[in-house]
Every structure is written in C-alpha cells, then in structure tokens.
Design a protein around this ligand. Structure first.
Ligand SMILES: Nc1nc2c(c(=O)[nH]1)N[C@H]1C(S)=C(S)[C@@H](COP(=O)(O)OP(=O)(O)OC[C@H]3O[C@@H](n4cnc5c(N)ncnc54)[C@H](O)[C@@H]3O)O[C@H]1N2
Ligand code: MOO
Length: 449
C-alpha cells in the first residue's frame, strides 16, 4: 500500500456524542475547536473493564482465529456453482488443447503449393474426421474445423480467389502450417494449468470447461448463520409505533455470500435470551453472525449467552467507530461467533473488521492488497479510535460521504469503499487506507449470484 495518511494534531469530539446535524457535518466541515488541547488518553477497556482491541489487530485476530481449526474437506463442485471458490486441487488438463489440429481461420485447407482444385464438400466445425487432402487439392474449411490429413496450410478466405476454371490461387505468400492450430498448442493432457489456491473466476470456469472439467475440486464455502436480535424490528411495511424495519436481515446474507460464505439460515430471535441460547447451541454453522444486543443494556443478550455456554471471547470491543462494541468469540472448536452491533453502519463496520478476515481464512481467499488514496476533503477523526468512513472513488482520489453516522446506511449505500481514518483525523490530501466494498472492487466479490 502507499504511505498512510498524516495525522492531524487536532483531536475531535466522538461522533457518537454529537447531535445528528453535527454528525452529518463532521466530514463536510472538520471541527478544529479542540485544536491545541491534549488528546484524551487512549482507553483500553470496554464498559465491562475488559481490554478492547486496536482495529488492525482485531482484523488480524479474526484472520488467525480460523487457522486454529482444520479446514473442511475439499468438495467437488459443478462449474455452475464454483464461481468465487478457491481451487483445492491443481487444475490439470484432462485433454490436449486444442484436442485436434484445427483451422484458425475461415478459408481453404490446402495441400502443397497452389493453384489447387477445390473439393465439393466443405469441412465444418463439430464434424467427424474429413477425408485426407491429396497434393494440389483444397477444401473449404471453417474456423475450428478439424484439419484434413496432409493439409499443409490454411488459406484465409480473403487471401484466395478462384479462376474461371475453378482453380484456387493465393493472393499472398502462404507459409507452411499457416493458420493451423496444432493439437496441444496450449497444453498437453496432464499439464498443470492452474495451481491449488487459485480463485475461481469466470475465466477459470471457461478454462476448466475447455480442458474437459464438469466439476472442480474446491474449498467449500464456510457456512454462516445469521441471528437477527431485537423486538423492535419489522420485516415489511413502514416503521410505526416505535418499530423500525430490519435493515440487516436483507443486507447481511448477500454481503456474507460475497465474502465467501454460504448463508444456511437467517433467524429472527427477538430479544429472547433463551431463544438466542437455543439458536447458538443448536447451530452447526462455521460462523454465527448476530446483530444487535452487543452493548450492556437490559436486553443485550449476546455477552450473557456467550458466558453461559463458556465461549472464549477473542475480541471484546474494538477501537473503531462506528461499531466499537463488536465482538468475536470461539463458541466451539470449529465454530466462531461474530457479534455485530445493532446500529446498521456499526454492523457493516463489524462485518468488515471481524467477519471478512475470518471468512477469508475459512474460504482460503487471498487477502486483498492494501492500498491508499488521497482524500479530497479533510475527515474529522475520533480522539483515540479508528474511524471507517464511506467514500466514493473518483479518479485517484477518495471523496468522503456525509451520511456516515452509526445508524445510517445512506452513505455506505452510495459508497465504493470505506476509508480507514486514523485517530486524530486525516487532512485533505492525506493518503488514506481504503477497504473496497464487494460491489465496487474489481475482485470476484462483484459476483453476488
Ligand atoms: N450506555 C451505552 N449505550 C450504548 C453504547 C455505550 O457504549 N454505552 N454504545 C452504543 C453503540 S456505539 C452501539 S453501536 C450500540 C450497540 O448496541 P447493540 O449492539 O446492543 O444493539 P441494539 O441496542 O440492539 O441496537 C442498537 C440500535 O440499532 C438498531 N438496530 C438493531 N438491529 C437492527 C436491525 N437489524 N436493523 C436496523 N436497525 C437495527 C436498534 O433499533 C437500535 O436503535 O449501543 C449504543 N448504546
Ligand atoms: O459507534 Mo456505535 O459503535 O454507534 O456504532
């Protein structure tokens, strides 16, 4: 990645403590009313007195957590379902490619020097072996058709003409072997075309099919289960009477899929501690993702549930805004739970901070290249936490978006990436690390099917 951004000296007010309008204006008009004051000391505990994890470290912990368990056995997957998986076995050619000598052009297969007598029957692609040519003979041939035995070259249609006696003449010099693709030109049967660990892209699917595969051997998608908590959530219609629409039920499954997971279930648990306990203990998913209930309110059941089942808390709070109450726990030897905060942008922050590295390891995806771009505007920082701020990419710059409050999706819905703004903020022009969003990256994540 390019050099990280310079930090501004001006500590900023925590965006969570600002009122709505101030929060909206944060990026537009960086505040400097704290300039010159001593920054608040770095807090290292959450509300429970436990250590919180720095943002970069939280991502590394999540990536490493999944390495402690054996990877699930490779699976054989039909080509139509393999997009976005990673090869668990090398792709060795099952055939020579091309598998027979083939014409590279529409024209005539010719034998020996011209002029040639043209045979009546044409040679078409997809047909059986044509009759051999005799010296001085030509046959009309299509691109991709099998070359008749004893053919010395293919003359392109635009480079030949027939005279009044029906003899074919070349209008250009014709080299021996010209426009014949010999069998095995691209590979021989058994050649390794792609190594283990290759991401299955559309091009890989095409190559696998060409090389004779109906299925590929791949790392299976890790199975994820989503548990949506909260009694206040509606699944349809307009918000009313203090109830709001569930934004995370629709957001998470396709996003998790883009991160490499197979979402096996989405369950709505409400604020029912016993239902949450049952759902967690009965799940055989590799990853359970909960939404809401991470804080310490009377209805926040995630921590007590993890305590009841003796789960190991690997990350309990992260120095990132939004999303700092996010958590990662090991619930069984081969199962993790990511607790996403209920505020929707905070949940996105948790998804990218904890679920993405964990799933990346489980799915054997390569880590994305870290990169940075300059910001078109200064971005206000948190005094001691990293901020994740939605941006759009324009040319070689990142343009911060304004609707970036923890409860807002308006910014991220228009964004290409999240800017990783260090504590203290980033001035205009600062090179700032970016996390691409799956629909905007050039990677396979763009495929949501
Ligand atoms: N006393 C404190 N209160 C809070 C703190 C704190 O440090 N001390 N942290 C705040 C922060 S920051 C966040 S983030 C939230 C985290 O809360 P929870 O994870 O416990 O989430 P809930 O309380 O269940 O919900 C928070 C908020 O989000 C709405 N929500 C929940 N689920 C959804 C959903 N699926 N779709 C749309 N919106 C959802 C919910 O209605 C609440 O408005 O805690 C703060 N409080
Ligand atoms: O800052 Mo919370 O973590 O609202 O998202």
């Amino acid at each position: 990645m390019t050099a990280p951004g310079t930090r501004t000296g001006a500590p900023a007010q925590d965006s969570d403590d600002l009122d709505l309008e101030e929060a909206l204006a944060l990026v537009r008009q960086p505040r400097d009313d704290n300039a010159g004051q001593t920054p608040a000391p770095e807090p290292d505990t959450n509300g429970e007195g436990n250590r919180v994890t720095p943002w970069h470290q939280a991502r590394e912990t999540a990536a490493r957590a999944a390495r402690t368990r054996p990877r699930r056995a490779p699976v054989s997957v039909p080509l139509g379902d393999a997009l976005g998986l990673v090869l668990a076995a090398p792709l060795d050619a099952l055939t020579d490619l091309p598998s027979f000598d083939t014409s590279a052009m529409d024209g005539w297969a010719v034998a020996g020097p011209g002029p040639w007598l043209v045979r009546d029957e044409a040679v078409l692609a997809g047909h059986g072996l044509p009759e051999p040519l005799t010296d001085g003979e030509a046959a009309r041939i299509a691109t991709g058709a099998r070359i008749p035995a004893d053919t010395t070259a293919v003359l392109r249609g635009e480079h030949g003409h027939t005279d009044t006696q029906g003899r074919l003449h070349a209008t250009r010099d014709l080299a021996h072997g010209q426009d014949i693709r010999p069998r095995g030109q691209e590979c021989r049967r058994g050649d390794q075309l792609l190594p283990i660990g290759t991401l299955v892209t559309p091009a890989v699917l095409g190559l696998a099919a060409a090389a004779g595969y109906d299925t590929v051997t791949a790392v299976p998608r890790p199975r994820a289960e989503v548990l949506v908590l909260g009694d206040e959530l509606l699944t349809e219609g307009l918000p009313h009477d203090g109830l709001i629409r569930d934004a995370l039920g629709p957001l998470l499954p396709p996003w998790l899929h883009a991160l490499g997971a197979e979402v096996v279930a989405v369950r709505r648990i409400g604020d029912d501690a016993e239902a949450l306990l049952r759902a967690v203990t009965s799940s055989d998913a590799d990853l359970i993702v909960t939404t809401g209930g991470t804080a310490a309110g009377p209805r926040d059941h995630v921590h007590p549930t993890l305590e009841r089942i003796g789960a190991e808390l690997l990350v309990d709070g992260v120095t990132v805004r939004p999303g700092h109450p996010m958590l990662l726990a090991r619930t069984k030897d081969d199962q993790h739970l990511v607790g996403l905060p209920g505020n929707p942008l905070a949940a996105v922050s948790g998804l990218l901070t904890l679920a993405e590295p964990l799933l990346r390891t489980l799915a054997a995806h390569p880590a994305p290249e870290r990169y940075a771009l300059p910001l078109t505007e200064a971005v206000q920082g948190h005094p001691h936490d990293t901020r994740l701020v939605p941006v759009v990419l324009r040319g070689d710059c990142a343009v911060p978006l304004h609707y970036n409050g923890p409860a807002m999706l308006r910014g991220v819905a228009a964004a290409d990436a999240l800017a990783v703004v260090p504590s203290g903020g980033a001035p205009q022009g600062a090179q700032t690390e970016l996390l691409d969003l799956p629909w905007a990256s050039a990677g396979i994540g763009v495929c949501f099917t």
